[in-house]
Design a binder for this molecule. Structure first.
Ligand SMILES: Nc1ncnc2c1ncn2[C@@H]1O[C@H](COP(=O)(O)OP(=O)(O)OP(=O)(O)O)[C@@H](O)[C@H]1O
Ligand SMILES: [Mg+2]
Length: 298
């Protein structure tokens, strides 16, 4: 600043201004967060952070409320008709956030989208992505997005809030933000054909800014009586006894997740089969529901 002042006094106003501008620039650069330095992981490291499998799950395997089902159908339609959309400079929905409590069908939805679109399902193992070192974590995220750009698949970031939450406990807030910011930048830049699905049980941990980067945010919740009843019926199939009191079962299932309801039905089915019963009785079903309730409480 002294040099600038001296130049100004000598009438060299242009030089003085240039120096001042350089100082101002340097100051603003100091206050904006630095991008993490990328530590480029070895390609072979992909195996520890990405797990790819084929999926034969279908959307019809899921019992969903009408609203969710139609949002998923819309994603499917846009995906299947994407060349028509692209001809008009439009893009299909492909970045999707699933929000909701455990056991409500988020993972199953990712598998169903892959199954319907005949794509593989690649689950990102966040355990392997998040390390103590910011640069290393950022490098691994970059590697994942490079893979997304080169290989068409359904990419599933399960328990995606861990990206912020895990670090919350030990590291400073600035660092958490930077991991999430790195993810957001990569997500925003990504213009590939792959489908990116992120799932979380903890929407409150995530930044609002994050929600905006997704083409769709789908909210999952515990089953209504109607959904619980449909899950029981579809799981029991023809083994549901004629005298089965479905209403009593649905009443007992209150507060259980879709996963618990579904599992109770399967357990009752197994019991009937192994005890040579012709079909599942109300008592069997109520008992297996009670077991789920007890397990949920413990
Ligand atoms: N909507 C549903 N319709 C039918 N079955 C369901 C539904 N939701 C869950 N299930 C059953 O519960 C199991 C577990 O569900 P899923 O793994 O999809 O839950 P999630 O929402 O991913 O839970 P988490 O948050 O714990 O990962 C499924 O494999 C399926 O058998
Ligand atoms: Mg899941």
């Amino acid at each position: 600043m002294e040099v600038a002042a001296a130049e100004a006094r000598q009438g060299h106003s242009q030089v003085a201004n240039t120096i001042k501008r350089l100082i101002d620039d340097a100051k603003t650069r100091e206050t904006t967060p630095q991008k993490p330095v990328l530590v480029v992981p070895n390609r072979s490291e992909l195996g520890t952070i990405l797990f790819t499998r084929s999926s034969d799950t279908r959307l019809s395997d899921l019992t969903l409320p009408e609203k969710l089902a139609s949002r998923l159908s819309r994603i499917m339609l846009e995906q299947r008709q994407q060349s028509r959309l692209r001809e008009h400079g439009l893009r299909p929905r492909r970045k999707i956030l699933l929000v909701g409590p455990p056991g409500t069908g988020k993972t199953m939805t990712a598998a169903a989208l892959a199954g319907e679109l005949r794509l593989s399902l690649s689950t990102i193992l966040l355990e392997g992505v998040i390390t103590k070192f910011l640069g290393e974590t950022a490098g691994k995220l970059k590697l994942i997005f490079d893979t997304i750009a080169s290989t068409e698949s359904v990419y599933f970031f399960d328990e995606f809030d861990a990206l912020g939450a895990r670090r919350n406990q030990s590291n400073d807030v600035g660092e958490i933000r930077r991991v999430l910011n790195t993810f957001l930048q990569l997500l925003e830049k990504d213009d590939s054909r792959g489908i990116i699905i992120a799932a979380t049980n903890h929407p409150e941990l995530l930044d609002r800014a994050l929600f905006r980067r997704f083409d769709d945010v789908l909210e999952y919740g515990f089953p209504t009586e109607e959904i619980a009843s449909r899950i029981l019926k579809s799981r029991l199939g023809r083994s549901a006894g004629k005298n089965l009191d479905l209403r009593a079962a649905v009443e007992r299932a209150k507060g259980l997740s879709q996963a618990d309801v579904s599992r109770a039905a399967t357990e009752a089915l197994k019991h009937a089969l192994l005890h040579d019963q012709p079909d599942v009785t109300t008592a069997d079903l109520l008992q297996s529901l009670d077991e789920r309730i007890a397990a949920a409480r413990s």
